[in-house]
Design a protein around this ligand. Structure first.
Ligand code: PLP
Ligand code: COI
Length: 370
């Protein structure tokens, strides 16, 4: 959905008269976990058919009032993004590739028949919220301020069709490690009973329904004693796609000669920004990269004969997390030594150093918030 004659967006800033006192904020920042606490403010922008984007505001964080017949509650026109703001060594704050999130958000919107928020407005909204919440950006290693842009239908009615009113929002949540174990390897269950996405479906969109549909498979993985579910393709249940809310990487060989392989974007995978960044970083670090299909047989065989040395998952929330063991209907096995591997740790450090401002940024990915 595009909007004709869209007027330029200006934001009205209405900051809270009583934000959380510094002492209480500091207490909340000591052990933030993931997605449990929220900052003092939020951004909202409305869209209506014919008028386009309007009424952009930064306001105190507050609950929303919703009509029971709100179309999102019934038909799920709801998409989101995830990106982080990182404290830099000089005390400033920067986000990582927000334009890439803006672009993916537009792609998600198109797939869900929702209006596309211009990149410039998306990035401006991120900047305004982070500027306002600068003091909420933690400074301990591996901590950050997780930003959650999202958009959902606000029209009231039960007809099944694209809504004619939407609300875009951004909220912010200080974040520590996504997995409580930190950089410990996770165990995975290869899901054959459930699929995340099928050709022609919504797998490449970051829409709420994909996550709702994943929960029963994640519960099954937990029942099998695993931390995470690994999704296989819908047709043959044979080709590895991704893991929970993260993309996967397979490391062949060792040291500087290691080859880095990730499942090709088939239309069913979410095109992760971390995934894309690591492909570029791997090439910078002198590693050969491949995007192709990887079967569960290749995974099992590669670990058995030692050619596949490491597997790791990557995403904004989880950064880079080693995969230590696999369980499936076809057997269980250990990945490498079952420990975080050297290539995994090298990439993890390179990514965290870049995002934390401890390494050069040759591709201009860091977006300073001034
Ligand atoms: N795959 C899924 C299903 C996800 O939810 C995410 C998280 O956003 C990713 C992959 C990784 O994407 P990104 O690296 O952009 O965070
Ligand atoms: C992210 O990494 O930003 C995600 O969206 C993954 C999960 C928290 C849904």
């Amino acid at each position: 959905m595009t909007t004709p004659n869209q007027a330029p967006i200006t934001f009205e800033l209405k900051p809270s008269a009583n934000p959380l006192p510094a002492v209480e904020r500091a207490a909340r920042l000591t052990n933030p976990g993931f997605g449990r606490i929220f900052t003092d403010h939020m951004v909202t922008i409305r869209w209506t058919e014919g008028r386009g984007w309007h009424d952009a505001q930064l306001t105190p964080y507050a609950p929303l009032e919703m009509d029971p017949a709100n179309m999102t509650l019934h038909y799920g026109q709801s998409i989101f993004e995830g990106l982080k703001a990182y404290r830099q060594p000089d005390g400033s704050v920067a986000t990582f590739r927000p334009e890439a999130n803006a672009e993916r958000f537009q792609n998600s919107a198109r797939r869900l028949a929702m209006p596309e928020l211009p990149t410039e407005t998306f990035v401006k909204a991120v900047e305004l919220l982070v500027q306002q919440e600068r003091d909420w950006v933690p400074s301990e290693p591996e901590q950050s301020l997780y930003l959650r842009p999202f958009m959902f239908a606000t029209e009231v009615g039960l007809g099944v069709r694209p809504a004619n009113e939407f609300l875009f929002m951004i909220i912010a949540s200080p974040a520590g490690a996504y997995f409580p174990g930190g950089v410990q390897p996770v165990s995975v269950w290869l899901s054959e009973d459930y699929v995340r996405a099928a050709p022609g479906g919504t797998g490449a969109a970051k829409c709420a329904g994909n996550y709702a549909a994943s929960l029963v498979a994640q519960a099954q993985a937990a029942a099998k004693g695993c931390d995470q579910v690994v999704w296989l393709d819908a047709a043959e249940h044979k080709w590895v796609e991704e893991m929970g809310g993260m993309n996967l990487y397979f490391v062949y060989g060792e040291g500087d000669d290691a080859r880095i392989v990730t499942p090709a974007l088939s239309g069913a995978l979410l095109p992760g920004i971390t995934r894309a960044s690591l492909l570029t970083m791997a090439a910078d670090l002198g590693h050969t990269t491949e995007e192709r299909r990887i079967s569960t047989d290749e995974w099992k065989q590669g670990n058995a004969d030692g050619t596949l040395t490491e597997v790791f998952a990557c995403g904004t929330a989880a950064v880079i997390t080693p995969v230590g063991s696999v369980k499936s209907e076809g057997g269980d096995w250990t990945v490498g030594a079952g420990e975080p591997g050297p290539v995994t740790l090298k990439f993890r450090k390179a990514l965290l150093d870049l995002q934390g401002g401890h390494a050069a940024d040759p591709h201009g990915w860091m977006h300073p918030i001034v």
